[in-house]
Design a protein around this ligand. Sequence first.
Ligand code: FUL
Length: 495
Amino acid sequence: MKQSLALFAALLYLGASAQNNHVLIPAGDSEADIVKKAANVVPSPRQLRWQELELTAFVHFGMNTFTNKEWGDGKEDTHLFNPDRLDARQWVRVLKAAGFKQVIITAKHHDGFCLWPSAYTEHSVKNSPYHGDVVKAVADACHEYGVGFGVYLSPWDRNNPDYGDSEKYNRYFMNQLTELLTHYGKVDEVWFDGANGEGPNGHKPVYDFNAWYALIRRLQPGAVIAIMGPDVRWVGTESGYGRETEWSVIPADKNALEKIADNSQKDVAFAPIGDKMEKDLGSREKILGAAGLVWYPAEADVSIRPGWFYHADQDAHVKSVDKLMDIYFSSVGRNCTLLMNVPPDTHGLISDSDVSHLQAWAAARRAVFEHNLAAGARVSASNGRHAAATLDDAYDTYYEAGDSTATLTFTLPQPKAFNVLSLQEEISAGQRIEKWALEYKDGGDWKEITSGTTVGYKRLLRFPMVTAREVRLHILSSRTNPTLAAFGLYRGPQN
Ligand code: FUL
């Protein structure tokens, strides 16, 4: 009897402390209960891997490259697709050298033209003068160079005659997904665009999202499903800028809640919860009214050029290094993964202008982030343990506070001039910090340098140059005892 009671207690404990990427909030929960639950929602392993990538690349390439359009109508002559020097290894080499960890190819855009020889349509590379398989070329190059591989498959298909007939179109789409998920080795991300329209019969099909997700989970269990999917949320703009306050834990909607309630799944694959464009998605005010919460981190997508596809007349409008840097600080530096689009030209190559801007941007990031000026500092914490782990260069070791507020003081070996702060929470334990401030010691006085709200996977902030030897970080408000995996001070160009 005693033994079974102990076992029961152990199971209860495990049940209570098990962390998932979602949680249900029963009606009777107090504010404190809800806040604590939010603090303990964690990313699924595939979400965590994806967030740690920081930089991912989009490659928009297809029929539009040759018709000089952004959206095709699906009536294009397949003979127009004719890259004469296509080299996907060049794409992946250039992108990898610029710091990108994953590459997503537009296997099919809204025109329905497939970059692989799909058995289910004639609107593809197989009927073009280019007889190869672009998806295979990209997948092989990614696998060769050790870069993640993802596919963009537009649900909206302006070529397919059955678009509008839900049953037929879902069957077609599942067949195409199966080809992409079984012919090209490991797939790390599947990207479903939200844009859509009506089919030839005047109707929009009802997408069978749950069947699509189940297929992806079965065939490529490591792949995150983005945008119209459960793992990765569209940040809400196509500018590459995240919110100043960016929560990865947000209220779940009805479809997600049903999955959460059935509790048979470790991480939910719910129907898309729609575009989230409001400024505040996950504050206390938002979560207090929620019936459930999910880990749903943001992806900030943007193109290096004005268009998503290559247009020769935009060669002079490739984003400048300053602009790319600003995007970096405002996406990766605001708890988002950046998805930067670099579209190859009509030869099938990333053009010189894009290559040189990418190289200069990568060099500019290296120049700022190569040396952590806080390295070698003496660290003390007002409470908690492992404060020195904030400077050990390892993301998975971390400081854990003993309370919901804490102060970490860093005494540098010598005074240093810096104007960039980098903070990282250990998100495998949850996203907890709500408010913080950074101070430096000026003579006998502590003065504020900068302050902020959320941290999440990474928070970067720029401020006017400060020279100091003693710096302290106040964690002023947190959903439960906060963690800090990394603390960095850097010197960038003068602001
Ligand atoms: C949008 C599409 O309509 C654009 O053409 C592009 O693919 C962008 C990433 O998503 O919804």
